[in-house]
Design a protein around this ligand. Structure first.
Ligand code: NAP
Length: 314
């Protein structure tokens, strides 16, 4: 039987039949709606082969009303675990039997481990971001003054919680819907009770999506993170005016397609350093692998798989 690009909930319920011809058997997946665009199989399958694990990773198109039942099918159908993507990350945190501490703080799960009949939820987005920043800029979050654009979105929130848990030097939360950034700042305030930076700025701030307010922050920020959904299309407006960027800035754009976004090129032309979101995608995947198999992930194979998949896409 030929492998399908996307399986459905009906397939999952009849997995013995639907996945009969798959060799090695599919025992890992990503749930999403939509899910056809997910590059996770191209990243995880080379890793599974390299590690000699007799399983493969498939896409499952699961709609919100199917989610709870689909999760309960995993142990029945012999799955090791699954990733979950848009729009399920928050709902899965409510639906599994146990959620690890970090995922609880984030309020979202992107990795599920099956342990007997039980489902355990984790979030690898924040730790993946942390490793990505380390890889790209050779620096730890705790040593940085960080501004997150889109802090009220799912990915922005995961990254903000990670920065807080790591007790970064300074955290500035920015979101188009300002209340979400303010609520998150209130929630994260216990992590910033120590006075670590002296000067004219607060250690933790929610700043409105207002260019004058953002410009005032630029001297007091090292790392600017794009966690908004802007940057994927050529027609998207610039996130920040070119004049804001300074040579000491580091830019982490969570967008990875296209590989050079407008934000990145504007920053680089001002002498700053910039990286796209591929490394975060890679490292969050590697952390999922570590959760499922309790061993290091074959990072080079995963990276190669992702790069090839992106090249084919472009
Ligand atoms: P999400 O939950 O839908 O959040 C979207 C965020 O973008 C919100 O903060 C939203 O603000 C903001 N936004 C949307 N349109 C905007 C506009 N026109 N102007 C200003 N802000 C705007 O999405 P998500 O899952 O967090 O994903 C966000 C981005 O991160 C996507 O590009 C996604 O591909 C990327 N991502 C990358 C990785 C990786 O591994 N590299 C992982 C996860 C996500 P409001 O709250 O005001 O709506």
């Amino acid at each position: 039987m030929e492998e399908k690009a996307v399986y459905t909930f009906d397939d999952l319920k009849n997995w013995g039949e639907a996945a009969k011809g798959l060799n090695p058997p599919a025992r890992l997946s990503v749930f999403g709606d939509p899910v056809a665009h997910s590059l996770s199989p191209q990243m995880h399958n080379p890793a599974l082969t390299a590690a000699g694990i007799e399983s493969q990773y498939v896409r499952l198109h699961i709609q919100p009303e199917e989610l709870k039942d689909a999760l309960r099918e995993l142990p029945k159908q012999g799955f090791i675990g699954t990733n979950v993507t848009i729009p399920h990350k928050a709902a899965v945190a409510e639906a599994v039997d146990e959620v690890d501490d970090l995922a609880k703080k984030i309020g979202a799960v992107n990795t599920v481990l099956v342990e007997g009949e039980r489902l355990i939820g984790f979030s690898s987005d924040g730790p993946g971001f942390q490793r990505a920043v380390r890889e790209e800029f050779s620096v730890d979050l705790r040593d940085l003054r960080i501004m997150i654009l889109g802090a009220g979105g799912g990915a922005g929130r995961a990254v903000a919680v990670q920065c807080a848990v790591e007790e970064c030097e300074r955290l500035v939360l920015v979101n188009r819907t300002a209340e979400k950034a303010q609520e998150l700042a209130d929630e994260l305030s216990p992590y910033f009770s120590d006075e670590r930076v002296s000067g004219p700025v607060d250690r933790l701030q929610a700043v409105p999506w207002d260019m004058a307010a953002l410009e005032e922050q630029m001297d007091h920020i090292d790392l600017i993170v794009n966690g908004t959904s802007l940057g994927m299309k050529r027609s998207d407006p610039p996130l920040l005016p070119h004049r804001f960027f300074q040579p000491h800035h580091l830019i982490y754009d969570m967008v990875y397609s296209p590989p050079h976004t407008r934000l990145m090129s504007d920053a680089v032309s001002a002498g700053a350093r910039a990286a796209n979101g591929l490394s975060m995608l890679l490292h969050q995947g590697a952390i999922s692998f570590e959760i499922w198999f309790n061993q290091d992930a074959p990072l080079a194979e995963m990276r190669r798989g992702l790069e090839e998949a992106l090249q084919k896409k472009s």
